[in-house]
Design a protein around this ligand. Structure first.
Ligand SMILES: Nc1nc2c(c(=O)[nH]1)N[C@H]1C(S)=C(S)[C@@H](COP(=O)(O)O)O[C@H]1N2
Ligand SMILES: [Mo]
Length: 522
């Protein structure tokens, strides 16, 4: 075969083999929840990006969802490009072997050896590089099995790429050995056509499956915010804010799923869902807020969670002396940490119900953590392993540089009424909003209508619990026309007044007062 033709055939067959590999990865992901490079590489690298780079990438791409799409898209494209390059290399090696020894059934063995060595090395390297996230399984396989499944998934994917490349190349190249001009509808063009058809079919089927996966993807709901002119004490589950690192969230099969207690404990344990549900339960209203919730933003919601205090499981497992932290691992490979002291508090829950129904899938089905007083990210969803350690471990976002404090500061928001239009002098403006102070409770809410010079106490319409927000209201009747700067602030149960310091989101969450301008016009 001429060099340019070998390049062309190798490239084409490499691309088709990579498309077949992509198809197979998509099927494994779809059916068995096995994560492939597109998700694993993102999850492995995201925590390594510095917080500033991560934040500016999100800004540059126009959102977390766009960044996720860029990540997955570039790995998918990268796989095809790598496939094409390997195909060309394989073609070169094979063509160089023409007329020499070392052939077996139309396959040139040294070329096969090279591809095999490359494939095995790629497999080993990817296992080592992806090790920390290899225990991801979106169907909820327990971590050890999940790691094996992911490793096998990669093996099958790389292996099938290799086999498709060898067989595909031989299939096309064989026809060239009987020399016929390319354009005479000879054997070669027919065979090249077959390979092209296989590639097209693989892309079509992958495309359909990817389309289906895209519909399941978190793009539709990640970053959902809760805003209401009449804020509800308890946010309905389908309106509760959502934040997830995933492109597609887990769909855990409850009977496959286990909760493991491992690490520095006297009695490591594995619980089935029924075992967890059989333990004594508590119901606890707790508000969650994302660390990236800006002042006035809606990444904050309140629900009643039912579950088991984590301390019940930890006491059964008997922590060894010297335990400092608890690492919480989730089926999506997400991890976060909490101090053993906080983990042992009665209010730290393993929750499996949200507002009287099983946890919805996007809120962590079947089991998540609820840790009052700490930012949302510590409330690990799809929890599967609790590991006790004697060092200061860092979770997914903390590795990026968030924290080190994850304590929710006092936060107050205006919600209603809509003040985008002017109001009439003398009319009643029934201001309403939320106030939240982590696990310290809200003691007092104050409103200023003059930019923060004088303050008046608001009424607490709904006090909530120590762990939840309060809903406040304040009846304001502006008499004179003009522009009024409305400000709200609260004091928590310890008597501390909300900080007016305008601190940005990075790295410990925003602080400062929510301010609105109301226009009063006759
Ligand atoms: N397993 C897992 N848990 C997770 C996350 C995640 O991506 N994966 N995101 C965290 C973040 S950043 C937040 S703010 C909360 C959001 O919880 P919600 O979607 O139920 O409101 O979940 C946390 N728990
Ligand atoms: Mo978050």
């Amino acid at each position: 075969m001429s060099k340019p033709m070998a390049v062309g055939v190798g490239l084409g067959v490499g691309v088709v083999a990579a498309l077949l590999m992509t198809l197979e990865m998509v099927v494994l992901r779809f059916v068995l929840g096995i994560a492939g490079p597109p998700e694993l590489v993102g999850d492995r690298t995201a925590p390594l990006l510095g917080i500033d780079l991560f934040f500016s990438l999100i800004g540059f791409m126009g959102g977390y969802n766009q960044l996720k799409q860029l990540g997955v898209g570039s790995i998918l494209v990268g796989q095809v490009v790598a496939g094409a390059m390997i195909g060309v290399g394989y073609a070169f090696l094979t063509e160089r072997g023409r007329g020499r020894g070392g052939w077996w059934r139309g396959l040139y063995l040294p070329a096969i050896r090279a591809v095999t060595v490359l494939g095995l090395s790629a497999w080993v390297v990817s296992i080592i590089a992806l090790w920390p996230v290899l225990d991801t399984n979106f169907r909820g396989l327990p971590p050890a099995q999940a790691s094996v499944a992911s490793a096998l998934g990669l093996f099958v994917a790389f292996g099938s790429f290799g086999i498709a490349l060898l067989l595909g190349y031989r299939f096309v190249a064989e026809s060239v050995e009987i020399p016929r001009p390319f354009w005479t509808r000879g054997d070669l063009s027919r065979r090249a056509f077959v390979i092209g058809a296989v590639g097209t079919a693989a892309s079509l089927v992958s495309g359909i499956l990817l389309q289906r996966l895209y519909e399941l993807a978190t793009f539709a709901y990640d970053g959902l915010r809760y805003h209401d002119l009449e804020p509800q004490p308890i946010v309905p589950n389908d309106r509760f804010y959502v934040v997830t690192k995933n492109v597609i969230d887990p769909r855990v099969v409850r009977d496959l799923w286990r909760l493991e207690i491992t690490g520095l404990v006297e009695h490591p344990a594995t619980y089935r869902f029924e075992d967890v549900a059989a333990l004594s339960t508590v119901t606890q209203e707790t508000t969650l807020m994302c660390i990236s919730n800006g002042v006035g933003d809606g990444l904050m919601s309140n629900a009643a969670w039912r579950g088991v205090p984590l301390s019940v499981l930890l006491n059964e497992a008997r922590p060894q002396p010297g335990v400092m932290e608890v690492i919480c691992h989730a089926v999506d490979g997400y991890t976060d940490t909490v101090s053993i002291t906080k983990a042992m508090e009665q209010s730290t829950l393993i929750a499996y119900e949200m507002n009287n129904v099983p946890l919805p899938e996007q809120h962590g089905y079947p089991v998540r953590l609820i840790i009052p007083g700490l930012f949302g990210e510590k409330n690990v969803k799809w929890l599967t392993r609790i590991e006790l350690v004697n060092y200061d471990a860092k979770g997914f976002y903390e590795q990026q540089g968030w924290g080190p404090s994850f304590v929710v500061p006092i936060r107050t928001h205006f919600e209603g009424p809509d003040l985008s239009q002017p109001v009439r002098p003398g009319s009643l403006v029934a201001l309403k909003g939320t106030a939240f102070a982590g696990d310290r409770g809200v003691a007092k809410v104050e409103i200023s209508t003059d930019g923060g010079q004088r303050w008046n106490e608001a009424s607490i319409e709904y006090p909530g619990t120590r762990f939840s927000w309060a809903i406040w209201s304040y009846d304001w009747r502006p008499s004179a026309p003009g522009k009024y700067e409305l400000v709200v602030r609260a004091s928590d149960g310890t008597g501390a007044l909300q900080s007016s310091e305008e601190r940005g989101i990075v790295p410990e969450g925003a602080t400062g007062y929510h301010r609105l301008v109301a226009r009063v016009e006759a």
